[in-house]
Design a protein around this ligand. Structure first.
Ligand code: KIV
Length: 260
């Protein structure tokens, strides 16, 4: 049975932590799914880790849909969530509805994720939820606003910022979000928001007390050339792949592969 949004809310009630990872292609999606990851996010971070852009801003809806379709073919059990990329939902509620509708219809995802929590965004999210589209929120460091916040820096540090984030988190829950990603905020704020909400918080650089944790898979596997300070690198695949590829290169040049 595939994981549902309601099940994630139950997991929070039961104190069962939620494991979330990103995927952008079929083989990784299949590996993560078969390894028992609860939620597979086709995050727009794929713009940086898969497509080589410097930020997530250039990512298009067509690119997200292309990658999400490949991920869908590998995911049988996890809940699959797809990011709406920059400027595919900010313009108007109608634009958000069209973009989210395309993602749901064309990729088979079970939910979309949107960044931000100010009043207009909350209204957009409420309308998507009323239309039957499950929404995951995203507060704290919202990479689509990287130029507005002056870099990939920690958010919610001052009491005023922390208070605003708490108000936004409550508003997102009321609008119908089934979960909220909290990115790069002080751990105490991650804890306070998690305690206040009935829906699960999924932290990334938001401390150990969130209801779940998410990492960008390329960071976890040591594939990215650069990792954010809060990422944990579990293995160095970049090194293993380099070694394997170099060995192949030498064996071909030295006529040691293939063997008779
Ligand atoms: O795009 C992404 O991968 C994300 C995660 C970092 C939560 O939004």
């Amino acid at each position: 049975m595939a994981i549902t949004t309601q099940q994630l809310i139950r997991f929070k009630k039961e104190g069962r932590a939620i494991a979330v990872l990103t995927a952008s292609d079929y083989p990784f999606a299949q590996i993560l799914d078969q390894a028992g990851i609860d939620v597979i996010l086709v995050g727009d971070s794929l713009g940086m880790v898969t497509l080589g852009y410097e930020t997530t801003l250039p990512v298009t809806l067509d690119e997200m849909i292309h990658h999400a379709k490949a991920v869908r073919r590998g995911v049988k059990h996890a809940l699959m969530v797809v990011d709406l990329p920059f400027m595919t939902y900010q313009e108007s509620h109608e634009q958000a509805m069209r973009s989210a509708g395309r993602v749901m219809k064309e990729t088979g995802a079970q939910a979309v994720k949107l960044e931000g929590g100010y009043a207009d965004r909350v209204t957009t999210i409420a309308q998507l939820v009323q239309a039957g589209i499950p929404v995951m929120g995203h507060l704290g460091l919202t990479p689509q606003s990287v130029h507005q916040v002056g870099g990939f820096r920690q958010q919610g540090r001052s009491p005023a910022e922390a208070e605003t984030m708490m108000v936004e988190a409550i508003a997102l829950e009321k609008a119908g979000c089934f979960a909220i990603v909290l990115e790069h905020i002080p751990p105490e704020l991650g804890l306070h928001i998690s305690q206040k909400l009935s829906i699960p918080t999924i932290g990334i650089g938001a401390g150990p007390q969130c209801d779940g944790q998410v990492l960008v898979t390329a960071d976890l596997l040591g594939l990215s050339a650069w990792q954010p300070p809060f990422a944990k690198v579990y293995t160095n695949l970049r090194e293993s792949i380099t070694q394997a590829v170099q060995t192949f290169g030498s064996e071909v040049r030295e006529h040691r592969f293939p063997q008779e």
